[in-house]
Design a protein around this ligand. Sequence first.
Ligand SMILES: Nc1ncnc2c1ncn2[C@@H]1O[C@H](COP(=O)(O)OP(=O)(O)OP(=O)(O)O)[C@@H](O)[C@H]1O
Length: 779
Amino acid sequence: MAVQLPNLALPTAFLGKLDPKARRSLLVALFTLLLLRGRIADLPQRALAKLRNVTSRPDISQEELAQALQQVYIDEPDGSKTLLVPHKGQISKVNIKPTPGAVIAQNAKHFPLVPASHKPNLDKTFLRQLFAILRIAFPSWHSKEALILVSHSFFLVLRTVLSVGVARLDGHIVRNLVSADSKGFAKGIGMWFLLAIPSTYTNSMIKHLQAKLSLRMRSRLTRYTDDIYLSSAPHLRYYRVALEGGLDDVDQYITSDIGAFCDALSGIYGNVLKPALDLVLFTSQLSRSLGIRGTAMLFLNYYITARILRAVTPAFGRLAAVEARLEGEYRAGMGRVGRESEEVAFYGGGLRERSILWRAYLRLIRHVNSIYKIRIAYEWTEDFVIKYLWSAAGYCLISIPVFFTRRRRHVGVQAHGPRPNEGVDNEVANRTETYISSRRLLLSLADAGGRLMYAYKDLLELAGLTTRLYTLLSTLHNLPPLPMPTPDPKSVVALRNVDIGVPSIAPVFLAAAEGESQANGNGHANGSAKGSGTVLVRGLSFELEPGEHLMITGSNGVGKTAIARVLAGLWAAQGGGVVSRPLGKEGVFVVPQRAYMVTGTLLDQIIYPDSYPQFAASGRTHEELMEILAAVNLAYLPAREGGWTTRKEWRDVLSGGEKQRMGMARVFYHRPKFAILDECTSAVSSDVEGRMYEHAKSLGITLITISLRPTLMRYHTQLLTVAGDGTGRWTLKRIGTAEERMDLDREIVSLEGRLADVEKWEARLKELERLLSVQELEA
Ligand SMILES: Nc1ncnc2c1ncn2[C@@H]1O[C@H](COP(=O)(O)OP(=O)(O)OP(=O)(O)O)[C@@H](O)[C@H]1O
């Protein structure tokens, strides 16, 4: 393929025709352009950023900034959200559109599960997985990502064309040097600088566009993944992905693997396209001076190189996937210590944790080291082949026209045609020019070959990362939706003949896992290691009308919380039973056993899971929030912590009891029809606990309490006791009328009082025994 080169003689001739003053000004202008190229390249971006920022006032007040920080986002009428991001003293507005359910359903077809035994490689499966992911990263041909890709490709082609120009100019300058043509030499140097401007600009644009492409793909994929991962009922994928999907350390997949995949993919595009283009263009250029024999040898050289390197290339894809998994395990360990630091500190478990983390780190490092070792042999062969074999082949190829062509009439890479006054000197100059141009082309060719070989290794690593990302996306897409509870028209909570059991890994994943264990796969666990599928409570039936309060009790681990999970719709009811309840958090609101504090302000803690914009839209006031805090004995918090907008790590700031009371404050804020309270007042003093229970009832909230404390029985009308003897038996009893409950209360209080005296009686008994034994001895 003969590619027409830009004729460099033209600009040189044009410069030559200019008078010295004009030439100087032109060169000064070009240098200025060279120096300011960074700022010039930034111009369109700055203009775009200005357009995007709806609020472009340079300085906003601290108050406005605080307001924006609290507001976080604005709900738009079309269902999208506009995020308010404080940025350099301004507020940037970023509109985020949630992924429509139809798009997710459409995409699900492209993400069938891969068996855990699948090993990442450059095969059909890799292409299928890559295209499935690319459908998300490039949603259409007129998306911004596609535009960046086109610009990136343009600069990649431009760089190759410029490289050929540089090679020609190189030969031309040396030719003028050999033939002592000072004017031609000076012109060549001028051209050299002229060519440097687009060349350097092109290089920086390629890097910039590559990074930008990676970032945009990452944003697309992260947003999409977040949309499906953080899905609400009936999917609840964030909750079910580990237990039912068998995928651990999802945070590593989302925060790290997506970024690594995008970097690898955007890099690979340049690393494959550019050298491949170089190879075609330089080969075509060289073949014009090498002739058929030379070109055939060049191709033979390519073929031998490819065979050698293919034979010595290790399974980089699998190695990359394992590295990402080990990285995830180490990261998860670190996260756990950060999260549970206080518990670890109380136990003095620092050294133990260190040894656990060291083990995880060493596993990772050992693996990375083994990759490095494998790479030595590979890179040694690659260097030998690309640098030395190709250079030797290059010298031989260049010598072909010199030794075997008697009289060269025309050389393809030569800047000018044959000169009319050819003498011996000119012949040497021409030969030098050809040699220098061909040598530079061959060096570039070797470089292109080297990069292509590296690209092969990168491609294998990309295959590994693709498999990781595909595993995440296919797991999320294939989690079957949970059966939705039937909305009850009478607003009752009812279970009819429901078996309660730990969900096992979904059958669709078990089928794909083909009995392989996680150790040799890509993250899918063996189902038997997860939920056992054993039934905890059998044939459970009850119906709870508003105003009827239920207490669930039973020994530890019998399945009390499991009942709450089924009622809340987190676990599916088993055994064909039916769950009916009023829907939404206005219907049933659960306060779990472990207190959860959200990132944000003090106000955010009370209104969770609502956000500040929802609070603002509801018309509720700070006074109301204050009343709620008073009801849970936390009225001192806003003053103590510096107001409603204070942001702190509330998990650490609040005490255990305070966190539990905050959980009750959420119930009072949302005022659901039913509240499931799962041991959520175990650390609260009984007087405050009692007041909170009374307050909940006065608000018309029907309580379903899971507790082992008999003192709480007085606030309930029904008692469900789970036997916990392995049979799944249970009993449901009425606790009685208010008067009966008062009697029970009185009895409980008197029994508790008498129990408190047991220690005293035991001590007295011991004392008497001691006295008796002393008297016996004396007798
Ligand atoms: N995600 C899970 N994976 C496997 N087993 C689980 C899971 N969640 C709960 N279980 C098991 O189910 C059983 C019942 O758990 P549940 O949390 O309902 O107990 P509980 O009755 O509330 O106990 P406690 O009074 O100690 O809170 C336990 O044996 C527990 O180990």
